[in-house]
Design a protein around this ligand. Structure first.
Ligand SMILES: Cc1ncc(COP(=O)(O)O)c(C=O)c1O
Length: 412
C-alpha cells in the first residue's frame, strides 16, 4: 500500500495555481490502486478469490482500474447492480445485503449475478418464487451470523451477536431443510461478513479457520455439496496509527496452510474486500480558510467538511493529515497561523460535529495552506451527506494508471 505523496502534491499544486478561491478536492491515485490490487492478487494462493465490494467506492475510474485485476465485484443494492452492469457487462457479481426488494432479486437474476447471498428464509422463499417466474435456477450462498468463541471484536461488528445481518444459527437447519425441497435454488456454500476494521492479521487467520471448520461440520452433518465459502471483507485501515497497517504479508502467507488444514480442498474461499482495496488510493484535500483560537483550543477551518468526508466522524477517529505549505497569500494583513500546538480541524458546516481531526499536533499551519488527508478512498465521499448546507461538491481528479508500467506486467 503505497502513498505517492510527491505525485499527489504536484497535482494539487497545479490546481492551486489556477484556483480562484480556497480549494477542496478528492484526488484518487489510480496507479497506486493498480499496484496495490495487483500485489494482493499476486499473493493469493490457488483456491482463493478476491472480489471488490463496490460500496466502498463506486466511482467509475476506480471500478475500471480494478475490473481487469480482481475476480469480480460484490454489490449490495439494485443501484449498484445497475451501475456495474451498465459499464461491465460480463464481470462476475456477488449480491449481498439485507432487505433486498423483489425487484432487486428479479434484476439480479436477469443480470446473471453469479451468486446471491441470501439473508433469511423469507428472502429464500421470495427468490424461489421470482426464479420460478423467470424459469431459472440459481446459485445461492446462505449468509450466516456466526457466533464464535474467542472472536477478537473490532469497532464495527456485523455478526457474532444480535444484528440484522445473516441467518442466526438457530434458523439455519430450517433454511437447509427448505432448500433441499426447492432445487430451483442451488446451495453452493456460505457467506460470512462478521466485521469491518480488522487490523490483526493473526486474529483474522484464526477467524477464517473457525469459519471453515464450521462449514466442514455443516457439510458433514447435512450432507451438503459445498463449492464456495465467502469470508466477507473486513480488513481494516489503521487510521489512528498509519504506520501500523494490517500485515498482509503474514496474512497471505498463512492462507495456503489454512486451506490445507481445513479439510476442504476443492472449495473456493472468496474475499470481498472494500476498505483495504481502495482506502489508500484516495486523498481529501482542504485549503485552510481561517484559524481561530477559542478558549484554549485552536480550530483550523478548512474548505469542505464532513459533508464531503464523513469517515472520521463516522468511525470516531481523528483522521491523520499533513500540511502542504502554500506560499501565496493574497491579503495585505498578516497570515493567521498555528505553530507547534494541537489543533482541531473542522469544516464549513454549522455543527460542532463537523470535525475531521482533533488534538492533532502540527508544526505549523497557516491560512491558505492545504491539509491533505490520506486513506480517503473508501467509505469517504460515498458515505457523506453531500447536500447538507448546499455547499458545492469538491473538485475530483485522478492520477492515471501509468500505461508503460501496466504494459510491463501484462503477459506478452
Ligand atoms: C456484505 C459485505 N461484504 C463486504 C463488505 C466490505 O467490507 P470492508 O470494506 O470492511 O472490507 C461489506 C461492508 O459493509 C459488507 O457489508
Amino acid at each position: 500500500m503505497e502513498l505517492r505523496l510527491k505525485e499527489v502534491h504536484a497535482s494539487l499544486r497545479a490546481r492551486l495555481a489556477v484556483a480562484g478561491e480556497p480549494l477542496c478536492a478528492y484526488i484518487y491515485d489510480l496507479e497506486a490502486l493498480r499496484r496495490h490490487a495487483t500485489s494482493l492478487m499476486a499473493t493469493l494462493p490457488p483456491g482463493f478469490e478476491l472480489f471488490y465490494a463496490v460500496k466502498a467506492n463506486s466511482e467509475l475510474p476506480i471500478l475500471q482500474t480494478l475490473a481487469p485485476l480482481v475476480d469480480g465485484f460484490e454489490i449490495s443494492s439494485g443501484g449498484e447492480l445497475d451501475w456495474v452492469r451498465q459499464h461491465f457487462s460480463a464481470i462476475p457479481l456477488a449480491f449481498s445485503g439485507p432487505g433486498k426488494l423483489d425487484s432487486e432479486l428479479a434484476a439480479a437474476l436477469s443480470a446473471n449475478v453469479e451468486t446471491l447471498h441470501v439473508e433469511s428464509l423469507h428472502e429464500l422463499q421470495r427468490l424461489k418464487a421470482i426464479a420460478a417466474v423467470q424459469g431459472k435456477t440459481t446459485d445461492v450462498l446462505l449468509r450466516v451470523n456466526l457466533p464464535l468463541e474467542g472472536i477478537t471484536e473490532t469497532t464495527l461488528m456485523m455478526g457474532g451477536k444480535p444484528t440484522p445481518f445473516g441467518i442466526p444459527m438457530d434458523q439455519l437447519p430450517e433454511c437447509l431443510t427448505w432448500l433441499r425441497r426447492h432445487p430451483r435454488l442451488r446451495l453452493r456454500g456460505f457467506h460470512f461478513h462478521l466485521m469491518s476494521h480488522q487490523l490483526d492479521a493473526a486474529a483474522h487467520l484464526r477467524l477464517l479457520a473457525a469459519m471453515l471448520a464450521r462449514v466442514k461440520s455443516w457439510r458433514e452433518e447435512y450432507g451438503l455439496d459445498i463449492a464456495q465459502i465467502n469470508v466477507g471483507g473486513g480488513i481494516g485501515i489503521h487510521y489512528r496509527a498509519p504506520d501500523k497497517q494490517f500485515d498482509w504479508g503474514h496474512f497471505s502467507g498463512g492462507l495456503a496452510k489454512l486451506k490445507h488444514d481445513s479439510g476442504l480442498p476443492g472449495v473456493i474461499v472468496r474475499f470481498e474486500l472494500g476498505r483495504y482495496l481502495t482506502a489508500a488510493c484516495g486523498y481529501y484535500a482542504m485549503q485552510v480558510i481561517d484559524i481561530k483560537p477559542s478558549y484554549g483550543k485552536t480550530f483550523v477551518i478548512g474548505r469542505g467538511g464532513t459533508h464531503h468526508f464523513r469517515t472520521p466522524y463516522a468511525q470516531g477517529h481523528s483522521h491523520p493529515f499533513h500540511v502542504l505549505p502554500v506560499a501565496h497569500w493574497p491579503y495585505a494583513w498578516p497570515r493567521p497561523e498555528a505553530v507547534g500546538k494541537p489543533v482541531s480541524v473542522v469544516g464549513q458546516l454549522c455543527t460542532p460535529k463537523d470535525l475531521l481531526a482533533f488534538d492533532a499536533p502540527v508544526e505549523r499551519v497557516r491560512c491558505g495552506d492545504v491539509l491533505v488527508f490520506p486513506y480517503a478512498g473508501a467509505y469517504a465521499w460515498h458515505i457523506s451527506h453531500h447536500d447538507f448546507l448546499r455547499h458545492p461538491h469538491p473538485a475530483q481528479w485522478y492520477l492515471p494508471v501509468e500505461t508503460h508500467a501496466h504494459a510491463a506486467i501484462e503477459p506478452a
